[in-house]
Design a protein around this ligand. Structure first.
Ligand SMILES: [Zn+2]
Length: 328
């Protein structure tokens, strides 16, 4: 198999390759590991391998089937449990009904069940029969960071694939390939700080995701605004273009809160914020009240726009232009 998109985990990759070349892939896998350990990457590779029509090692990555899976648009690869809401018994029953409908275009139909630990006993039981004696074309990939939360009956019907953290040197080599344009030091820091969980390092290097990242970016943005360095501010806004809308909305929320803190600071009001926020708010408090109010207005308007389908590029452009003009 061609599994090099998954870092580390060499023994597991050898085991899967041998299995695929021998008796063939199993119809159900339980992929476990901490957040950032590569569960979704492995699930995507396996799903592509199931529907690949290329010759040679699977997944070939180039046939229409592989391309659709890797692009997340294959009609026979169904993902559930990725909306953060937990999987309900109704969803399990839906899978059970859907699995008996033959695949659209691929020889197989693949169900990727993320956060499988969020299924309660009824939801798991609804899947049990399917795992035991579902149609031959159906394959199931259950992903979890807590396999112990699954019923023993469910676990025993899946083959276990436990992902391990990746050693530092290997993590670094993988990150260099993935991010060829990044500074070596940035890569080294990300590899050192991720505890072998490359998903974390990727998040950090992509500079987005997570409320912590949004709060930190808001402090940078407001500090640049406070300095009045328009060029640096514009460059920073451009660097935010690769963030998704949700993350940008969080950043805008944090930025507005900082400007409100700065206004409270000017008014001599006590603040209920952490030391880092307080320092940024103190710097921003040196701006005029008018600038602070106008900047907050710009940020709030963009925050509203982020609710709609306004692209990140447009938001960042408007952010740069709006803050450049505020108070001017
Ligand atoms: Zn292929």
């Amino acid at each position: 198999m061609r599994l090099d998109a998954l870092a580390g985990n060499e023994a597991l990759k050898r085991q899967l390759s041998a299995q695929e070349a021998g008796r063939g892939l199993s119809h159900a896998y339980l992929i476990s590991g901490s957040a950032g350990s590569g569960k979704r990457t492995l699930a995507r590779l396996l799903a592509a391998a199931f529907v690949c029509s290329g010759s040679g090692a699977v997944p070939c990555g180039a046939c229409p089937g592989c391309r659709k899976v890797l692009g997340g648009i294959h009609p026979d690869v169904i993902t559930i449990g990725d909306d953060g809401k937990g999987i309900t018994v109704a969803q399990s029953r839906q899978i059970r009904a859907d699995a008996y409908v033959r695949p659209n275009e691929a020889p197989r139909k693949v169900y990727i069940i993320q956060n499988a630990q969020t299924m309660n006993a009824s939801a798991q039981n609804a899947l049990l029969k399917l795992l035991e004696e579902g149609p031959a074309y159906a394959a199931f990939l259950l992903l979890t960071d807590n396999p112990a939360a699954l019923l023993p009956t469910v676990r025993s019907r899946c083959e276990g694939l436990a992902l391990s953290p990746v050693p530092r040197a290997e993590a670094e080599a993988w990150l260099i390939r993935r991010f060829p344009g990044k500074e070596p030091e940035e890569i080294r820091n990300a590899a050192a700080g991720c505890g072998g969980l490359l998903g974390r390092a990727v998040e950090r290097l992509e500079g987005a995701q997570g409320d912590g990242a949004a709060a930190e970016a808001a402090r940078i943005l407001v500090a640049l605004l406070a300095k009045g360095d328009e060029l640096a501010l514009a460059a920073y806004c451009v660097s935010l273009e690769k963030w998704d809308r949700e993350a940008l909305a969080a950043l805008l929320d944090h930025s507005v809160a900082l400007l409100r803190d700065a206004l409270a600071f000017q008014a001599g009001a006590g603040q209920n914020v952490g030391p880092e926020e307080r320092e940024t708010a103190r710097q921003a408090a040196e701006l005029s009240r008018k600038t602070l109010l106008e900047s907050a207005g710009v940020l709030e308007a963009l925050r509203d726009a982020a609710e709609f389908h306004v692209g990140a590029g447009h938001l960042c452009g408007a952010l740069s232009a709006g803050l450049g003009q505020a108070g001017g």
